[in-house]
Design a protein around this ligand. Sequence first.
Ligand code: PEP
Ligand code: MG
Length: 320
Amino acid sequence: KITKLKKLIQVNPKTVDGKKIGVLANIGNDLDLKNAIYNGANGVGLFRTEFLYMNMSSFPSEEFQFNTYRRTAKKLGEKPLTIRTLDIGGDKPLSYYKFKKEDNPFLGLRAIRFSLLEKDIFKIQLRAILRASIYGDIKIMLPLISQVEEVYLVKNILKECMNELDKQKISYSPNIEIGIMSETPSSVFLAKDLLKIVDFISIGTNDLNQYTLALDRGNDTIIDFYSDINPSILRCIKILIDESHRFNKQISMCGALAGNLKVTKLLLGLGLDNFSVVPSKILEVKKIIEETDINLIKEKSISVINESTNKELLDKLKEL
Ligand code: PEP
Ligand code: MG
């Protein structure tokens, strides 16, 4: 079985009916990157930069971040490197930053909100990403976008960084792609508005599920209520796929659901273009893609997500 999977390392996967699908990697460090490349990832769909910050005793400098992003981009060559800007707060603390006590940290100072409120820290990261962007196919990805205004604010800050770099005669890719993670129900309702102003959407199913169901993803007491294979999140996913395609944009998923082999076929049937998964799942996802004929399962996939309960949905899923 393992040797069969290994044959897929060099394969750029295609479905039986000929649709090319990207299988990219989620990484947080150099070891993950090594495993991603070893397993034949088509690029990095999620670089979790928070680990850069969490492993330090103070905010990482522009130089340190630049070196990290450049090194990573160079190792990937032509393949894309999607850098998610700092996703801190909620369950991810920083030892050297004092967060005010919050009653609802997951609804509080988190992710993009942190970056927008701590603009100087954000600019250091954006400058580092911009400087690294000439060494590969780097894209910027914003976590936990919930309102259109946030994207405009980021774009203004990015422009400021570009102007500063221009003045210093430091080069960068002016057309660097900028995308968002869809992790909030509002981002699903606003998908068409967001798609007008961003280059891509990647679905963060861990948070999207948590916020859609209003159910803490890390709380053991309510674990019986928690499943990320349920009608509401799958319908959110379908909306995001259809809206992206209406705007002629590819859509990716980088939450854990992308690496759940139980739903790989279903996600293909719903139209997902790119999967970003932990490196250890890359080959298995590729294998299912190579075996799937999307035309044969399209209609059935819709009927799966139109089931009302988790159980009915799971039963129908078995028929795919
Ligand atoms: C997600 O929410 O699905 C995601 C990929 O981000 P994280 O798990 O880091 O919150
Ligand atoms: Mg998330």
